[in-house]
Design a protein around this ligand. Structure first.
Ligand SMILES: Nc1ncnc2c1ncn2[C@@H]1O[C@H](COP(=O)(O)OP(=O)(O)OP(=O)(O)O)[C@@H](O)[C@H]1O
Length: 269
């Protein structure tokens, strides 16, 4: 497996050799005639949280959606370049996109539980992917996923009630449980706390911190505090390019690029 090098991040870079889970090289994205990403290179280290930051419209969500081919579903979108998962090209024509999206799950900005029971929300993925041997096994997968998402204790007595009846923070953890239920390797999160209050945000942030023990996480966030709290690595996007990437600590204490400095201190964006 490839290793991440922090060579370009200056004297404060930690000399760590981390396995690379995903790797984007020279990624360009076009929406019709409009080019949204210009030659983006980014390594995603395994079992770490990578934060994508930058001003509105700079291409963070576009890049995130490239990582599980969600841009395939956007009309007029075209992706050029190379993106690998464990060294394998995810844009190869032999890739089963449904399977890819199980391996690289996604949690959206607004919690979006299915209009089904709490149990069925989590059971749905394992059922369609044929992951459960029998009913007892399915129940076990649902329970484990809810536990990992830190929600089980709150919902164990009402698994048959609608997922949409939960609070916003609980719904978001339900969506995380739903992603976990199909045993993903990578979880993509697009501003997962932007619709949550501060207490629910803190709970989800703690959860993200725990999840990195088992999963590789990529998170888009507008909150600099959140990026600093939850991530180990940060990539700063600007006008469809990455202007700086490195260990979060360094990015927030001593960035190399003036645009990063200006953005994290609130001077633009
Ligand atoms: N479906 C689409 N069709 C056309 N243009 C799009 C589409 N989605 C995004 N764009 C454009 O691509 C550029 C990058 O958008 P993107 O949503 O990736 O940025 P972002 O950094 O995630 O922004 P934000 O922080 O506001 O969510 C923007 O100029 C945006 O207007």
């Amino acid at each position: 497996m490839e290793n991440v090098s922090f060579a370009s991040t200056g004297a404060h870079a930690r000399p760590v050799d981390l396995p690379v889970k995903m790797h984007g090289r020279k990624v360009e994205v076009f929406y019709g005639q409009k080019q949204a990403l210009h030659g983006v290179d980014l390594e995603i280290p395994e079992r770490q949280v990578t934060a994508l930051i930058g001003p509105s419209g700079c291409g963070k969500s576009t890049f995130l959606r490239c990582l599980n081919r969600m841009n395939d579903t956007v009309e007029g979108a075209r992706v050029v370049g190379d993106i690998t998962l464990d060294g394998e090209d995810i844009y190869n024509k032999n890739i089963d996109v449904v399977e890819l999206r199980a391996r690289v799950g996604m949690v959206f900005q607004k919690p979006n539980p299915f209009p089904k029971s709490i149990f069925e929300n989590v059971a749905y993925g394992p059922k369609i992917h044929g992951l459960a041997k029998n009913k007892a096994h399915l129940r076990e997968i649902v329970e484990t996923s809810l536990k990992r998402a830190g929600l089980f204790e709150e919902v164990k007595d009402r698994l048959d009630e609608p997922g949409t009846g939960l609070s916003g923070g609980q719904q978001q953890r339900l969506c995380i449980a739903r992603a976990i239920a199909v045993s993903p390797e990578v979880i993509l999160m697009d501003e997962p706390c932007s619709a949550l209050d501060p207490i629910a945000t803190a709970t989800v942030e703690e959860l993200i911190d725990e999840l990195k023990q088992n999963y590789t996480i990529v998170i888009v966030t507008h909150s600099m505090q959140q990026a600093a709290r939850v991530s180990q690595r940060t990539a700063m996007f600007h006008l469809g390019r990455i202007v700086e990437v490195g260990p979060t600590e360094k990015m927030f204490s001593n960035p190399d690029d003036k645009r990063t400095q200006d953005y994290i201190t609130g001077r633009f964006g």
